[in-house]
Design a protein around this ligand. Structure first.
Ligand code: TYD
Length: 139
């Protein structure tokens, strides 16, 4: 899918003197039904995660704590996003190559996903990703 289909979504933020609260409701704040939630934490300094695309999975990335960068690539263009607020997330449709890096110490990345874990939905080879994008756009 084109990079323009990736978008930053601001989530509700309930502020009080006792701290902040953010919530996410499927189909209201994010455009898919949530079947899975996973999170990345205890990420060693300088580590790089991701480096794959998904054939059909949609996802929503949040920096629940700390910060990290998300580099998105649709096969034609790349864009780097810096996530550093707990009340913002980035929606990724399928077929976006993503790399996560620049994790701050103690950061937590929460990911909401539209389907269960399925290794067959992954494209882990960048050349295969590009070949699929080109094939899709020329049939
Ligand atoms: P992977 O998605 O490659 O991690 P990242 O993109 O964050 O670097 O997953 C790492 C490993 O964890 C891989 O062996 C698959 C496994 N895994 C699951 O078993 N279930 C899951 O929901 C996810 C996301 C990964």
């Amino acid at each position: 899918m084109p990079l323009e289909d990736c978008r930053t979504i601001e989530l509700p933020k309930i502020q009080s003197s006792k701290g902040n609260l953010t919530f996410i409701e499927q189909n209201r704040h994010i455009p898919f039904e949530i079947k899975r939630i996973y999170y990345l934490y205890d990420i060693p300094g300088g580590e790089v995660r991701g480096s794959h695309a998904h054939k059909s999975l949609q996802q929503f990335f949040i920096a629940a704590s700390g910060s990290f960068d998300l580099i998105l690539d649709d096969g034609y263009n790349k864009q780097r996003y810096h996530l550093n607020r707990s009340y913002y997330g980035i929606y990724l449709p399928s077929m976006i190559w993503r790399v996560l890096d620049n994790f701050s110490s103690g950061s937590v990345c929460i990911v909401l996903a539209s389907d269960y874990y399925d290794e067959y939905d992954y494209i882990r080879d960048y050349d295969e990703f590009l070949a699929r994008v080109i094939y899709r756009d020329n049939v």
